[in-house]
Design a protein around this ligand. Structure first.
Ligand code: LLP
Length: 429
């Protein structure tokens, strides 16, 4: 075993990660409250305060727990939810429902009812059927529901094909064809219990350029002008989705938030001027950008296997179940040997997960110093879409989530136990 006292350890948000691993065990999700809050504040200063008539919601699919709801609420942002489960979490956390937007390309009647009964701020309609569903539920509950209609603007984001959404051939949004849009707009305008506020698009996720936002804005603003001409309908809002890219590795050309938001605002303002229409309220809904870099995952290295003339695999005590992104999207991560942070990397090792699956490789050819069983690996930028996409594949319990706060570290999700894995089982014989 390595004598960890002799080596300098990796600190994250002021905390010694080796100490955290010793105290709470591994694998362990670690999140910095301060980093999450500083991202929210950047949204406030560089977007909400800088531009009039703007709103921001956190896309909770990136990471959601009741504690996260509390943080987002106290920072004054809204919440984007995409399922009954996310909505239920927000309700249980006491999140202000008027700041919640319900998304989803196949919302169930029950999910719609939960949203309407709880007076969510917006429902983002993804299919014309949903307008009938909303009208039915809202009439029964005597409510008026404010909606946006999601459109597929025919613009794809330059990202992995599984996370580009705005292209024409997409399961998301109402197709932009005139007949389809007009049918939805007329239906919404004629519904006594529906108030159509505007439109929504989301071009993709982890984007490093602003071009797809600008192209989509062009399309949607042209639609606003046409709807004004054809129906006298004035759209009061536009929601430009999320998608701002974050730092995973040095190959990512990370831009500040205002690179995206300033160009979104400018594109909308310029286009409105050109088309002679009023500038709508602009809503953004980033997820990854708020929480991604606020998280790391700690693992313990186990088997180190050197294949002569080939490569060395170092297996960790987690992998695909706590982070499916490398297997799903060939996502790349940086990592450090936390207990040997001051040792100079002099070799390459491939970090493997513990699943019975060759695709369970967290990082290919990571630069490391000499490593051995018991070393602690910290994989960086795991705050978004890791915990929220975690599974129990191979019956591996999900790790705990530890929040680093100014007053010490707090467990916000307990580590699953083997009994948790069995808790919903019923044996019929
Ligand atoms: N709004 C809508 C309508 C979305 O569909 C998404 C993401 C967001 C906002 C937030 O996007 P963000 O700011 O986080 O990029 N599991 C994938 C990401 C899927 C994102 C889907 N939609 C991953 O791990 O990369």
């Amino acid at each position: 075993m390595v004598n960890i006292e002799q080596s300098k350890s990796y600190k994250f948000a002021g905390y010694d990660t080796v100490e955290l691993a010793k105290k709470y065990g591994t694998p362990l999700y670690v999140l910095s409250e301060e980093i999450i809050r500083s991202r929210c504040r950047e949204i406030k200063t560089d977007f909400l305060d800088k531009h009039k008539n703007t709103k921001a919601a956190y896309a909770s699919k990136a990471f959601l727990t009741m504690t996260m709801c509390k943080i987002i609420e106290s920072e004054g942002l809204g919440l984007d939810v995409v399922s009954g489960g996310e909505l239920y979490t927000a309700i249980k956390a006491g999140f202000p429902m008027d700041k919640v937007m319900l998304h989803g390309n196949n919302k169930s009647y029950d999910e719609m009812e939960m949203a309407i009964a709880n007076d969510v701020g917006r429902i983002i309609v993804d299919h014309i059927d949903e307008l009938y569903m909303i009208e039915d539920i809202a009439a029964r509950l005597s409510k008026t529901v404010k909606i946006l209609i999601r459109v597929a603007p025919g613009v794809g984001g330059n990202t992995h094909k599984y996370i580009t959404t705005g292209q024409k051939d997409s399961k998301f949004g109402i197709p932009l064809a005139k007949e389809t849009i007009d049918e939805a707009v007329i239906k919404a305008m004629n519904s006594r219990h529906i108030e159509l506020m505007g439109f929504h698009f989301h071009v993709g996720s982890n984007l490093f350029e602003n071009d797809s936002y600008i192209a989509a804005i062009d399309v949607v603003m042209n639609l606003y002008r046409r709807l004004k001409d054809d129906f006298g309908f004035i759209a009061k809002e536009i929601n430009t989705g999320g998608g701002f890219g974050i730092y995973y590795t040095k190959n990512d050309s990370v831009k500040p938030l205002k690179y995206y938001t300033d160009s979104i605002m400018k594109a909308i303002e310029d286009k409105c001027k050109e088309l002679e229409i009023d500038i709508p309220t602009v809503i953004i809904e980033p997820g990854r950008w708020i929480v991604g870099e606020a998280g790391i995952t700690l693992y313990t290295i186990g088997a180190v296997k050197e294949i002569p003339d080939t490569r060395t695999y170092a297996s960790v005590d987690g992998g695909l179940p706590d982070n499916p992104r490398p297997a799903l999207y060939s996502a790349k991560y940086e990592a450090v040997i936390a207990n040997k942070y001051d040792h100079k990397p002099d070799r390459k090792v491939t970090i493997a997960g513990k699943c019975c699956e060759s695709g369970d490789i967290l990082i290919w050819d990571l630069d490391v110093p000499q490593i051995e069983r018991g070393d602690i690996l910290a994989v960086l930028s795991t705050g978004a879409y890791n915990y929220s996409m975690a599974s129990n594949y191979n019956r591996i319990p999900r790790p705990a989530v530890l929040l680093l706060t100014k007053d010490g570290e707090k467990i916000i999700v307990e580590r699953e136990t083997y009994d948790d894995l069995l808790s919903k089982e019923r044996v019929p014989f």
